[in-house]
Write a protein that binds this ligand. Structure first.
Ligand SMILES: *[C@@H]1O[C@H](CO)[C@@H](O)[C@H](O)[C@H]1NC(C)=O
Ligand SMILES: *[C@@H]1O[C@H](CO)[C@@H](O)[C@H](O)[C@H]1NC(C)=O
Ligand SMILES: *[C@@H]1O[C@H](CO)[C@@H](O)[C@H](O)[C@H]1NC(C)=O
Ligand SMILES: *[C@@H]1O[C@H](CO)[C@@H](O)[C@H](O)[C@H]1NC(C)=O
Ligand SMILES: *[C@@H]1O[C@H](CO)[C@@H](O)[C@H](O)[C@H]1NC(C)=O
Length: 365
């Protein structure tokens, strides 16, 4: 009697404070996550995302590009992982291919500002960054740039330096917490100093990159962790050897990005899913818009959702032939190796231009 009389107000007050807390969470709870209600309750580590390989290397008149459209357009169309390569250009973190003398895609700060603008306008989306830390720049320097771009406050810091795929929060909770940018760094990540710059290879393993063979096998190529529990990334961009160098292959991009068929993205996902009994988490592609959304269709199929683009995705530029000065390109791989991109219509010119570039590139190392 006495106890219940005493307990009741305590319980009531506890309940009311709990419901107060709950009330806030409830009103903020996302009902659509990355375009789909079904994804809100799914762990980040259990979702398949399309990623843009060399997302900052954009253009049609440059000989150094892997994408036709800027990152705003990439994000509008559905890309949710932006891969980039960072260099130390006189103390400024710059996104360049292999060397800033060869190709300079602008500063990391400008790039992050564009990401921030997009994320502010799209509050129900989780976006990942994968930064190839070519010059082993320390996290505190990245932190300064993230702060300047206003992205540090959007960045998710995991509970420990590495998480198994199953240990990641749901997309809904990332969105509800406002920490919906997931930033991976290939080297130098330090959980104790900047916990939101997450070490790639203890969290993600990768398949081979720069392949010239449409087999696109799913074998582990790079990791620094337990591949049975890590998330994984497939490098699904096809190169062809031109004068002995791996060259991106826009001519085959419709096929490479396709939903099905030999060498398609869809086929590699099937191969990997049967090998590991789970789908890839990230799929890096070149010229993502080739295939008219096929890469997003593959992701939707993997996620068990319906692909329903709200606006038509951008049209391919590279093969239009409209940019007559586009003769070929040299791009860099995640490891800093070189690739040549050749527009086949101008192959002879490409070889001459690219050959010159290669010599220049090699002397710059
Ligand atoms: C990105 O490209 C689109 C065209 O696809 C253009 O309208 C937009 O202004 C560009 N945005 C930035 C920030 O460069
Ligand atoms: C970046 O380069 C500058 C010189 O241009 C150098 O002083 C600085 O130590 C470098 N920073 C890193 C992290 O390598
Ligand atoms: C990883 O891939 C690269 C490029 O495709 C290749 O040169 C290398 O031999 C591969 N390494 C392993 C361990 O498979
Ligand atoms: C997510 O989990 C489902 C069910 O286990 C699985 O079929 C799917 O492959 C997983 N996707 C990823 C990206 O882990
Ligand atoms: C591209 O796909 C959209 C549907 O997503 C479709 O409406 C459109 O006709 C397609 N365009 C081409 C050129 O196939």
């Amino acid at each position: 009697m006495k106890f219940s009389q005493l307990a009741t107000p305590v319980v009531l007050s506890l309940l009311s404070s709990l419901s107060g807390t709950y009330g806030i969470a409830t009103t903020r709870r996302a009902t659509v996550c990355n375009g789909h209600a079904e994804l809100c309750d799914r762990s980040f580590g259990n979702v398949t995302f399309v990623g843009a390989h060399d997302s900052y290397a954009v253009g049609t008149n440059s000989v150094f590009v892997n994408q036709d459209y800027n990152i705003t357009q990439q994000l509008n169309d559905g890309v949710r992982m932006l891969q980039s390569q960072a260099h130390n250009k006189s103390g400024v973190i710059e996104l360049c291919h292999t060397s800033c003398t060869l190709q300079d895609g602008g500063s990391l700060q400008d790039y992050l500002a564009e990401v921030k603008t997009w994320m502010d306008a799209n509050p129900n989306d989780v976006v990942s960054l994968l930064i190839v830390n070519s010059d082993n720049i320390v996290p505190s320097e990245y932190d300064t740039v993230f702060k300047a771009a206003g992205l540090d406050t959007l960045a998710y810091a995991p509970t420990s330096a590495s998480l198994p795929a199953s240990g990641w929060p749901t997309l809904g909770s990332l969105i509800d917490s406002g920490k919906r940018l997931v930033a991976f760094l290939t080297t130098e990540a330090d959980f104790n100093t900047v916990p939101y710059l997450i070490d790639e290879f203890t969290n993600i393993w990768e398949t081979a990159f720069d392949v010239t063979d449409t087999t696109f096998d799913c074998n582990v190529n790079r990791t620094n962790g337990d591949t049975s529990t890590q998330m994984y990334l497939i490098n699904h961009f096809l190169d062809k050897l031109v004068a002995g160098f791996p060259a991106p292959d826009p001519e085959d991009a419709d096929t490479t990005n396709g939903v099905s068929g030999v060498g398609s993205l869809g086929q590699q996902v099937q191969t990997c899913a049967s090998q590991y009994s789970r789908n890839p988490n990230f799929m890096l592609v070149d010229f993502y818009e080739y295939g008219n959304g096929s890469v997003f269709q593959v992701a939707a199929d993997a996620n068990g959702v319906t692909y329903t683009p709200t606006t038509p995705i951008a049209s391919p530029k590279s093969s239009s032939g409209s940019s007559s000065s586009s003769s070929g390109s040299v791009t860099s791989t995640p490891n800093g190796g070189l690739e040549l991109r050749i527009v086949p219509a101008h192959i002879a010119a490409s070889l001459a231009v690219a050959g010159g570039m290669m010599l220049g590139a090699l002397s710059l190392f």
